[in-house]
Design a protein around this ligand. Structure first.
Ligand SMILES: Nc1ncnc2c1ncn2[C@@H]1O[C@H](COP(=O)(O)OP(=O)(O)OP(=O)(O)O)[C@@H](O)[C@H]1O
Ligand SMILES: [Mg+2]
Length: 350
């Protein structure tokens, strides 16, 4: 087990600067999730920790050891990929044993570790099958098993669940979390699925264009996003953003919250907006919208409203919506639900 430290890590491919100086301390036993849009550099970061990609600048430490020039096999980490990368001609048992045999682990020890992993992952019935005779979820478990039997200092996961259907992904997510908790192995997990990120992470790292945008617990990022980028990336549906000064749009903000004529971007989460009576006395934020879309998603409904200037404002109500398309609705929010960002750069105020 080990902490992982990144110090001003950089990567350039030719003229492309993929990673522009990333520093991060991951504690021993911590579950860190890297999340961000396609192409932001998540896999590159992970592959540099694994040693599958050289680094252009900075330092990577596993435990107290600087590993910049250490071969992948010598870094004592196990990586689980999206495509599982199982050997097709080997049985599940042989796939699990392969890495251990290469390290000259005694046969009795190999058998013992495989038995424990197979029991934990519930793949005992499939040990003598080939990967092609397994379902996607079973293959994913074998890939996990191969990482576990190595008893590495850290696990690295690169979108390990993205080939599975939604239901299985949900199940495997819970299993991975449970497993990581019981093993206590430092884990770095890459995903672009913010739901997966929120539920798995002890700490979330939002990556944007080769830089860290914000680091914190899932709740910290949800409640206090540092930038409009994080605000719209964490939470589903995304936080509504409105440009200040645009009062002709049909919304109002109490002067207690912001001085008149200030330039800002205002953020409000769909779950923090509620319908209010048309004649209700002023809440700090109020807006009038015309409903142009209603989605019933099980226990709640998402209502898509249009402001006078055409901007969208989404809000959320529990159960069925009591509105119809075309209705005019007044919605409001309290001061605690308002997120203020600078108009230039989108940095959080306060
Ligand atoms: N071998 C390479 N040569 C040149 N550019 C590369 C190479 N590998 C990655 N890149 C570039 O580096 C950037 C980061 O890529 P990376 O694969 O890390 O993104 P990612 O965040 O994992 O995206 P995704 O969510 O799509 O997997 C991208 O702009 C990509 O085009
Ligand atoms: Mg990737």
């Amino acid at each position: 087990m080990a902490e992982i430290t990144l110090k001003d890590v950089r990567k350039t491919y030719g003229t492309v600067e993929a990673i522009k100086g990333v520093s991060l301390d991951m504690a021993d036993g911590e579950f860190v999730v890297l999340v961000g849009p396609s192409g932001c550099g998540k896999s590159t970061l992970l592959r540099m920790i694994a040693g599958l990609e050289s680094i252009t600048g900075g330092d990577i430490l596993i435990g107290t050891r600087r590993v910049n020039d250490v071969e992948p096999a010598e870094r004592d980490i196990a990586m689980v990929f999206q495509n599982y990368a199982l050997y097709p001609h080997m049985s599940v048992r042989q796939n699990l044993a392969y890495g251990l045999k290469n390290r000259n682990t005694p046969a009795a020890e190999i058998d013992r570790r495989i038995a424990t992993a197979a029991r934990t992952l519930e793949i005992e019935p499939y040990l003598d099958r080939k990967p092609r005779q397994l379902s996607g979820g079973q293959r994913q478990r074998v890939a996990m098993g191969r990482a576990i039997v190595r008893q590495p200092a850290a696990f690295l996961f690169d979108e390990p669940l993205s080939n599975l259907d939604a239901k299985l992904r949900g199940q495997m997510r819970i299993e991975i979390k449970r497993l990581q908790r019981s093993l206590g192995t430092t884990s770095v997990y890459v995903t672009h699925d913010q739901m997966e990120a929120m539920t798995l992470a002890d700490r979330l790292v939002v990556v944007n264009a080769g830089r860290i945008e914000q680091v914190g617990t899932p709740l910290e990022l949800y409640e206090k996003p540092a930038t409009t980028f994080v605000a719209t990336f964490i939470g589903s549906p995304s936080m509504n953003l409105l440009q200040g000064k645009d009062m002709s749009a049909g919304w109002s903000l109490s002067p207690d919250v912001v001085r008149p004529n200030a330039e800002y971007t205002l953020g409000i989460r769909p779950e923090d907006l509620s319908p209010i009576p048309a004649d209700s006395p002023g809440l700090p934020f109020a807006a009038t919208v015309r409903i142009d879309g209603i989605e019933l998603v099980g226990a709640e409904s998402l209502l898509h409203g249009r402001l006078k200037n055409g901007s969208e404002l989404i809000f959320r109500v529990s159960g069925r919506a009591h509105n119809e398309i075309g209705d005019e609705v007044k919605v409001g929010a309290g001061a605690e639900a308002l997120h203020m960002f600078s108009a230039n750069g989108g940095h959080r105020h306060g």
